[in-house]
Ligand binder design. Structure first.
Ligand code: SAM
Length: 294
């Protein structure tokens, strides 16, 4: 059964709640609330919530999605930064004994255990929160992003949207673009379109030393238009004891030398990382790359 029976009912909830709170939504905090019942019902259906699911919602706002999640899941944990909204959620959801509300910045707080993350994200934290989610194991995420940001998940090497997040998300997860959402589905209306994306973790990630790979990709993509040779020379310059023979063997041994970073596929980057680590030696490599590791 649908969670909201009509957009009229949903809009009434949004406008009445904002009036009660006496709040003007803050664009800096991404406070754009869904007023289209079809979109929320769609997200809830896509989440395929089972009675065993522990759901994480980032940015509960005034509870228009939270209510639907709480009534279906075993547990719902909401992280909401705005204190007034966190307090509002506590009273709005008081009849649900399976709800936990954490008031704080989702980028900074330790994420609790969850198996699904269903959220209309505040767009200004899209990048850090996606990287943070990828550090956790979970079954499914159904997330709303700014459309241009979500497009990067599906960007092919060599295109302008291809970036660090394209590589990293595809190294750990399978993504599907589920729906484009118009600005009119929100109050207040944002200037941009949005996309709902589903993310499922890949069962096996065949990357040696993932932290080192992640740091390597970060380093490469700070200069994604440069050639691999230029970046590699910069890396070599950081080596404490430089050995010309080793340097030459590194530079001569890589087939990708004249490629620009943003043209390299995930598979090529994995191969490149494995190769360079072997050439330089694991210990020395980790010394070089560690400033870029979190
Ligand atoms: N869940 C509601 C909905 O679907 O309409 C509201 C979503 S609204 C796009 C984003 C919410 O995230 C706002 O309530 C905002 O206060 C909250 N928020 C903004 N920055 C945050 C952060 N760093 N951590 C947690 N919540 C945040």
């Amino acid at each position: 059964m649908d969670c909201w029976t009509s957009s009229f009912e949903l809009r009434k909830h949004v406008f009445d709640s904002l009036k009660e709170l006496n709040i003007t939504p803050s664009s800096q905090r991404g406070q754009n609330f869904l007023i289209d019942s079809k979109i929320i019902n769609f997200q809830v259906n896509q989440a395929d919530i089972q009675s065993k699911d522990v759901i994480l919602e980032i940015g509960g706002g005034i509870g228009n999605l939270s209510k639907c999640l709480a009534s279906r899941a075993k547990k719902l944990i909401i992280i909401e930064q705005d204190k007034r909204m966190a307090n509002f959620l506590t009273s709005f959801l008081k009849d649900f004994t399976n709800v936990e509300i954490i008031q704080g910045d989702a980028v900074k707080v330790d994420l609790p255990r969850f198996n699904k993350c269903i959220s209309n994200l505040p767009y200004q934290i899209s990048s850090p929160i996606t990287f943070k989610l990828l550090e956790h194991t979970f079954d499914l995420a159904v997330l709303m992003y700014q459309r241009e940001f979500a497009d990067r998940f599906f960007a092919k090497p060599g295109t302008k949207d291809y970036s660090r997040i394209s590589v990293m998300i595809n190294s750990k997860a399978n993504c599907k673009n589920l729906k484009t959402v118009k600005p009119t589905s929100f109050y207040p209306q944002p200037k941009i379109f949005s996309s709902i994306v589903s993310i499922t973790r890949k069962e096996e990630v065949n990357i040696e030393n993932y932290d080192s790979f992640s740091a390597f990709v970060r380093l490469l993509f700070t200069n994604k238009k440069k050639t691999v040779r230029t970046i590699l020379l910069n890396i070599i310059k950081r080596m404490e004891k430089r050995d010309l023979a080793v340097e030459r063997s590194i530079l001569d041994s890589l087939q990708f030398m004249d490629r620009r970073v943003f043209t390299m596929s995930l598979e090529e980057l994995v191969q490149f990382h494995k190769h360079i680590k072997k050439r330089i030696g694991e210990e020395l490599w980790l010394n070089i790359i560690s400033p870029n590791m979190k």
